[in-house]
Design a protein around this ligand. Sequence first.
Ligand SMILES: *[C@@H]1O[C@H](CO)[C@@H](O)[C@H](O)[C@H]1NC(C)=O
Ligand SMILES: *[C@@H]1O[C@H](CO)[C@@H](O)[C@H](O)[C@H]1NC(C)=O
Length: 208
Amino acid sequence: MHHLAFSSIASLVLSASVVSLASAAPLDINNGRVTLQLNIDLGEDAVGANAVAGDQLFAFSSMHLTQASPDQVVNGTELTGGLAGASGTFNFGINSAANMICYNITLQNFQGDFDSPATTATHIHEAARGASGPPRIAFPNPEPVNGDAAVRNSAGCLKGPFTTGVMVENKDSGEGFHVNQIEANPAAFMADVHSSLALPGAVRGQLA
Ligand SMILES: *[C@@H]1O[C@H](CO)[C@@H](O)[C@H](O)[C@H]1NC(C)=O
Ligand SMILES: *[C@@H]1O[C@H](CO)[C@@H](O)[C@H](O)[C@H]1NC(C)=O
């Protein structure tokens, strides 16, 4: 199976015919929340050709992948480290025209309780490597897969306007945020998850 080098894809449009190349599982639309299950196996030709065909069911203007680890966790500007033994894979697909971000987040060996002043403890923050910064998007916390708390997953899509529940200067830190800001400078953003055992972050990964 080919693995997509997400960061090298400037513009990837997923079309019905591309999806049909892969084993595409059902799409659930539940109370406005869309959950997609796509196992996409694109050959390098398809990616290079910027595959566009047929009905465009899903369109991502960019994709971002980060491997999150405890050693990247910063408290203020100090590299304090996170939750030993934990790791995370954060996959994002952005549709900037729709101000939408799809996510597939998997945590390994998360311990403690999800703990954050925000509405959830799983975030994209605006923060360069080695720095802290406000959450811009709060994602549903990953839940145990098949009852196994050692592997947790959260997948779906969110559409702006975004709210995080964190107030910065009397304003929600998600207010006015647009996903095109991530595309403009992915290095200025990171994904993380916060635990009661590691409040500054259990794991963290820079988007570029
Ligand atoms: C999320 O990614 C994992 C692989 O890391 C995959 O097994 C799973 O099916 C994906 N979930 C969705 C909803 O696409
Ligand atoms: C570091 O984290 C602790 C909580 O874990 C917090 O009380 C403290 O203010 C933080 N320091 C900085 C500089 O953010």
